[in-house]
Design a binder for this molecule. Structure first.
Ligand code: SF4
Ligand code: SF4
Length: 354
């Protein structure tokens, strides 16, 4: 049975300090105009009153990470013979992500189906995933750009979280969601929360009711395939796009990467870094051929992947958690909801009767 606890608002910092003894705690705070997850620093505090500008991907899927280091060892008796010494760098840091929203934690469940897929496991991702805990904060109300309610989620969805915190009078009601989340509840700063359950449930219901009417994405996999070869449709949808990539870099469900080797003589480092399917270079081949030469091709891929190809492969699950960050951050107002709805509503022009 789930454990339920209560913590006073003024005790949160002390709890984070305690958690910091065994884990690296990532908490959101202001940097300039943006709210970014950073290692918790008691002097700088945290800010959890709004969704962070960027999701906390750093913990499990960092922007750049070293996968291995290698060195070539020459046989001086036989110079054509070279041995290779490879040292994998499997990450061991244990992270606690604090104050993320439900859509951020749910985003990693989209990664899991790809990176922890049967016998095709990404060992770096797995190590970080198993070493990262999410203390998620329920949302108070939906913003104009939120549509988690259209993709099988909601403002207090616990999927992917270890603990769920819900604001109540003078503090937070905390529920354990995963068994391992209970490990984080041992602090004496936390008291029995069972009396706050009703108040927390009321808060969650009010948040559900505050959401805008959910756009209906039913049929998106087939409808997007139906317009796959419709160049004019994708030209129109991508007309405003300036290929800046903000939508992919800020997306909690985008998981593409590139691998580069940085060599220094006979030694080198293999690095994985985020890639961006909205960039013209993303599919550029060594021959010079680019199968997605225009932004219309690239936007089609981005939207098609999330609302058609991924659901086709993964039991109908849409690979978007409805956080709305791509809509909020797009400098020219491209709205992924409108693109999917336009594809669903699209009707080919019929020939006029002679
Ligand atoms: S596609 Fe947009 S709304 Fe969906 S998860 Fe990514 S950033 Fe959020
Ligand atoms: S944020 Fe907007 S302009 Fe930038 S790549 Fe994405 S859709 Fe295009």
């Amino acid at each position: 049975m789930a454990q339920t606890k209560f913590i006073k608002k003024e005790s949160l910092s002390a709890w984070l300090e305690e958690l910091g003894q065994d884990h690296e705690v990532l908490a959101p705070r202001f940097e300039g105009d943006s709210i970014i997850f950073r290692p918790y620093d008691s002097e700088k505090g945290f800010f959890i009153d709004r969704e962070a500008t960027a999701p906390p991907k750093k913990a499990i899927f960092p922007q750049s990470e070293t996968l291995l280091e290698y060195s070539q060892i020459k046989d001086m008796e036989n110079l054509s013979k070279i041995a290779m010494d490879v040292k994998e760098t499997i990450p061991t840091t244990s992270y606690v992500v604090f104050g993320n929203r439900p859509c951020d934690a749910r985003g990693f469940t989209m990664f899991d189906r790809v990176y922890l897929n049967g016998d095709k496991v990404d060992v770096y991702y797995k190590a970080r995933r198993e070493n990262t805990y999410f203390i998620t904060l329920s949302c108070e109300k939906g913003e104009a750009t939120c549509f988690c309610n259209a993709v099988g989620s909601g403002p207090s969805d616990p999927s992917g979280s270890d603990l769920l915190m819900t604001p109540v009078k003078d503090g937070y009601y905390i529920e354990s969601i995963s068994k391992r989340g209970e490990e984080l509840l041992k602090s004496s700063l936390l008291t029995d929360g069972s009396k706050m359950k009703a108040e927390a449930e009321k808060y969650k219901k009010a948040a559900d009711a505050s959401m805008n009417k959910a756009p209906d994405f039913a049929g998106s996999p087939e409808k997007l395939l139906a317009v796959f070869d419709n160049g004019a449709f994708w030209e129109e949808m991508s007309d405003k796009c300036i290929s800046c990539g903000a939508c992919t870099y800020l997306c909690p469900t985008c998981y593409c990467f590139n691998i580069t080797d940085e060599a220094n003589g006979l030694k080198g480092t293999r690095i994985r870094s985020w890639d961006n399917c909205m960039s013209a270079q993303f599919t550029s081949e060594a021959s010079g051929h680019n199968p997605r030469p225009a932004k219309a091709n690239r936007l089609k891929n981005r939207v098609g992947h999330k609302f058609s190809y991924y659901p086709d492969l993964h039991d109908g699950v849409i690979s978007c958690c409805g956080c709305g960050r791509c809509i909020k951050s797009c400098p020219v107002g491209v709205d992924i909801r409108q693109i999917v709805l336009s594809a669903i509503a699209y009707k080919p022009a019929t020939k006029k009767e002679a």
